[in-house]
Each structure stands twice: as structure tokens, then as C-alpha cells.
Write a protein that binds this ligand. Structure first.
Ligand code: GRF
Length: 202
């Protein structure tokens, strides 16, 4: 399956998805890494790995107009699925509708707790025993779609938002690739496999 990844920053989750895709058994490949931030460090990493990249600053453009340009890039790359990985933009309703059921996001909390920003600080301030991360299907409401998988990460005495976030990030990198892999595999029905067997026999 052809996956495009949208990033705004460091792109460590994108890197985890990309490295996992190098395994021959991985059912997805990264066909494009796109960003609203031309300086996102993740772009250079993707390019060095031979993955197509595209970036354009969203500044001075309406949300809808920018998302149309992103969608054009995704179509040109032949993307079938979109993985948001630290993409710090709220998406237009049209864009979400266009990729409905084919777009995932990773969020650094145990959803439905702590949608939005500053998740780790909130978990610590509330005395939670665990922070964590969630992969969910993207729907129009922010960080709200069906959760596919979660990893709880214990909060340690003395944890700060920074130290907790560093450990949650490790969990994110473990969680996102297999969850995306399982998600793209859902479309592979018995007919799909029969087709593959027939192709192989030709
Ligand atoms: C991650 O914590 C992710 O959960 C959140 O943004 C951060 C992105 O980090 N949505 P990176 O760019 O993948 O390193």
C-alpha cells in the first residue's frame, strides 16, 4: 500500500514508519513525505533515504487552499493512505472527507484524555499514573477519531513533560508502524489474496 506521511518538525515518527517499511514483510511503502514547514528536519532524512519530499509554507494562504495543494501532491504520488506524524496543522473538512477512513494520526496521550497540545504536562499535573500514546483514525474533530491502538507509559517520580515525552516517543515509534501495517492490511480480502495467487501463476 502506498502511504504519504505529513510532518511539521523533527519527523522521528516518520523515520520509524520509513525504517519499518524497509522490511520485506512490511505491507506499506512511504511514497511521499510532505510538510507545511520547508525547514522541517524530517525532510532531509526522508530525501537521504530516497523518498520523495514536498514542502510549502502554509503562511499567507487559507487553510482550504493550502490543503488543496497538499491533496494534489498526495494524488500525484499515488498515495492510498495518509499518516500524520507530528503534522501541526488542523486539516480542512474537505481534506478530511477526501481521506476519510484512510488517514491515521499519532497523538501523545491515552485518548480520549488530553486532546490537543501539552498532553504530558497535563498528565503529570493531574497525578496520572500513566501517560502514553494513541494511534487513531482521523475524523473532522481534533484528535477524536476511533482509536486503533495505545501504549500506556508509566509516569516516574520527578518526571517532567520533557522526560516523560522522551519515553512516550520511544513507545510511539514502536506503536505506529505495526498499527499502520495492520490498518492497510484490513483492505486485503480473500479476493485480494486469490488475485495475487493468480498473478503469480501467470
Ligand atoms: C509526537 O509526539 C506525535 O505524537 C505528535 O507530535 C510529535 C511528533 O514528533 N503528534 P516527531 O516529529 O515524530 O518526532
Amino acid at each position: 500500500a502506498r502511504v504519504a506521511v505529513l510532518i511539521s518538525g523533527t519527523g522521528t515518527n516518520m523515520a520509524a514508519l520509513l525504517y519499518a517499511a524497509k522490511a520485506e514483510s512490511c505491507p506499506y511503502q512511504i511514497v511521499l513525505v510532505a510538510s507545511n514547514n520547508p525547514d522541517a528536519p524530517g525532510l532531509a532524512l526522508a530525501a537521504a533515504e530516497g523518498v520523495a519530499t514536498w514542502s510549502l509554507s502554509h503562511k499567507g494562504m487559507s487553510r482550504a487552499a493550502f490543503d488543496v495543494l497538499v491533496d494534489e501532491q498526495l494524488r500525484e504520488a499515488g498515495a492510498e493512505f495518509v499518516a500524520l506524524a507530528g503534522y501541526m496543522r488542523i486539516l480542512s473538512d474537505d481534506f478530511v472527507a477526501r481521506w476519510a477512513g484512510r488517514m491515521l494520526n499519532i497523538h501523545p496521550s491515552l485518548l480520549p484524555k488530553y486532546k490537543g497540545l501539552d498532553t504530558h504536562a497535563q498528565a503529570i499535573a493531574n497525578g496520572d499514573r500513566h501517560g502514553g500514546c494513541s494511534v487513531h483514525v482521523v475524523t473532522p474533530a481534533l484528535d477524536d477519531g476511533p482509536v486503533l491502538a495505545q501504549t500506556p507509559v508509566a509516569i516516574l517520580p520527578g518526571d517532567t513533560a520533557e522526560t516523560l515525552s522522551a519515553r512516550v516517543r520511544i513507545a510511539e515509534h514502536q506503536l505506529y508502524p505495526p498499527t499502520l501495517a495492520a490498518f492497510v492490511m484490513r483492505e486485503r480480502t480473500p479476493d485480494y489474496w486469490l488475485g495475487r495467487v493468480r498473478e503469480a501463476a501467470m
